[in-house]
Write a protein that binds this ligand. Structure first.
Ligand code: PEP
Ligand code: MG
Length: 557
């Protein structure tokens, strides 16, 4: 029988496909003893698992090619190391199960590697991955990390960290369902960047949606249909196609129906997101999340050359347009070994964003210089902004660093901390623009971790308190004659985009897939209607009431 589950829809569209689970970390196998008569069989199991994992790694290397192939082949060689296998067999001979023997043999090899100089120590993560794969195979549980599948699938995970998602093949992921995460979690942001439907905050999804089950995910309503009937599938697909067709009619710059311009910009994580942004008609980039460049190797910053190349590819794509680059935002849910303290009791309130960069001025300086080199000679309006600015002192430190690096760009501050919204005029004495990061602004205003599904109600950007802070920043910018955009996920909600416009926000930046929806809705209303909608939303006491009030104003009830 068809069952329907309800989560929070965070990325439009319908995905229908088989469930694949994100493999969780491999648990330590229990130290059970085997009977002496089982030794040969257990050794055979270990050998087979090692060979199968090595063959699989090689095959995936062949498919991937390039740098990935070299890494996967090196991992296959690690799996086949004769000394390691001999150690596994010795451990089985004295009574270990195959999985426990693999686990222990890899542990002693790992200790050797970790102490053998920087290069080999850097291979420890690869070795752990090989061990996890062999142990998972022996235990008959899914492989850890991103599923190994040649067929497209719907990914089910507890939550997705940016480091996991960097490994996803967009051609294979039809959509996501996660147990945790709110509308502003990185799972949601990634789904929108990939343009795939997604539902988050669906508790128990891991257990309720078994591997291999066919499900339909409606990323607009938040519904997940288990084993949908043919009829249901057809109806869902037709409704999604209809919504899409209605949108393709919209094009051109963002504006209200009476011509008040609100540039619609794209949020990108790197050059790979640029084609979708251009295709959606983005008028530039409102948020380039440069930390994705740094997540490949959390032990060190990418080289200058690598940074220059990535920045240039994005800057070149928008001749005459604006590209707002955010300097590295590490820490909290995006930790980097070389920057983020490992022992913080509460990383979201610790040394993250601009705070990390001010502690490591050389990383900021190198990034700003790489940006200056990348932008040289290009006809683009480069703007650079800092994440997690708390006050005027932070804003000044960032502006000074930009000047020292000789950057010909506008310098700005993200407003993600309530203090910066409340004292926006003071922050604006140091910088030329503001950009509201409503994801973190909601997190810090409501003391609600954006990664925790249980508090997603408080992460709702329609909360009137959040709108008050947006209004405070936008009014300050207007008084100072400067601009104030929104680049948090609030900008991607078409109706809320009208409210933000009414609050005085001067540009909206979002994942490319949302641009047509926002453009089409904004074009239906005048600026005066947007202002009335904004006032009505702020006059309520909850996110739901705010939504209803705005719907009533805009539908002329
Ligand atoms: C935000 O916090 O709203 C934002 C845009 O930054 P990120 O989502 O990358 O933290
Ligand atoms: Mg943020």
């Amino acid at each position: 029988m068809e069952t329907t589950l309800q989560g929070v829809g965070v990325s439009h569209g319908v995905a229908i496909g088989e469930v694949r689970h994100m493999g969780t970390a491999v648990l330590e196998p229990p130290a059970k003893q085997i009977a002496s008569g089982d030794t040969a069989r257990e050794q055979g199991r270990a050998r087979q698992a090692v060979e199968a994992v090595a063959a699989d790694l090689k095959a995936r290397g062949n498919l991937a090619g390039g740098e990935a192939q070299a890494v996967l082949e090196a991992q296959a060689l690690m799996a086949l190391d004769p000394e390691l296998l001999a150690d596994v067999e010795r451990r089985v001979a004295v009574g270990s199960t195959a999985e426990r023997a693999v686990y222990d043999a890899f542990a002693s090899y790992r200790a050797l590697l970790a102490g053998a100089g920087e290069y080999l120590a850097g291979r420890v993560a690869d070795l752990d991955d090989v061990r996890n794969r062999i142990v998972a195979r022996l235990l008959g549980v899914p492989m850890p990390g991103v599923p190994d599948s040649d067929e497209p699938y719907v990914l089910i995970a507890r939550d997705l960290a940016p480091a996991d998602t960097a490994l996803l093949d967009p051609a294979l992921v039809l959509g996501f369902v996660t147990e945790e995460g709110g509308p502003t979690s990185h799972s949601a942001i990634l789904a929108r960047a990939l343009g795939v439907p997604a539902v988050v905050a669906l508790p128990g999804a891991g257990e309720l949606l078994a591997e291999g089950t066919v499900i339909a995910v409606d990323g607009s309503t938040g519904e997940v249909f288990v084993e949908p009937s043919e009829q249901k599938r057809a109806a869902l697909t037709a409704a999604a196609a209809e919504r899409k067709a209605a949108l393709s009619a919209s094009s051109g710059p963002g504006a209200t129906s009476d011509g008040h311009k609100v540039p619609l910009l794209a949020n990108v994580g790197g050059p790979a997101d640029v084609p979708a942004a251009v295709e959606a008609g983005a008028e530039g980039v409102g948020l380039f999340r440069t930390e994705f460049l740094f997540l490949d190797d959390s032990a060190q910053a990418p080289s200058q050359d690598k940074q220059v190349e990535a920045y240039r590819q994005v800057l070149e794509a928008f001749p005459g347009g604006r590209v707002v680059v955010r300097v590295l935002d590490a820490g909290a849910d995006k930790p980097l070994d070389f920057l983020t303290p490992a022992d913080e009791p509460n990383p979201a309130l610790g040394v993250r964003g601009l705070r990390s960069l001010l502690d490591h001025p050389e990383v900021l300086r190198d990034q700003l210089r790489a940006l200056a080199t990348a932008a040289a000679g290009l006809p683009v309006h480069l703007e650079v902004m800092a994440p997690m600015v708390a006050d005027r002192q932070d804003a000044k430190a960032f502006a000074d660093a930009c000047r020292e690096a000789g950057l010909a760009a506008k310098f700005g501050a993200m407003v993600e901390i309530p203090s910066a919204a409340l004292r926006a005029r003071s922050v604006l004495q140091e910088v030329e623009f503001l950009s509201l990061g409503t994801n973190d602004l909601a997190q810090y205003t409501f003391a609600a971790d954006r990664q925790v599904g249980a508090v997603s109600r408080l992460q709702d950007p329609w909360q009137p308190a959040l709108l008050d802070l947006v209004a405070s920043a936008a009014e300050a910018a207007r008084a100072e004659g400067k601009s104030c955009g929104v680049c948090g996920e609030a900008a991607a909600d078409p109706l809320l985009a009208c409210v933000l416009t009414g609050l005085g926000v001067t540009s909206l930046s979002m994942g490319a897939a949302s641009i047509p929806y926002v453009r089409a809705t904004l074009a239906k209303y005048t600026l005066a209607q947007c202002e009335r909608a904004a006032a009505a939303a702020r006059a309520t006491d909850s996110a739901d009431e705010a939504r209803r009030a705005v719907q009533a104003v805009l539908s002329g009830e």
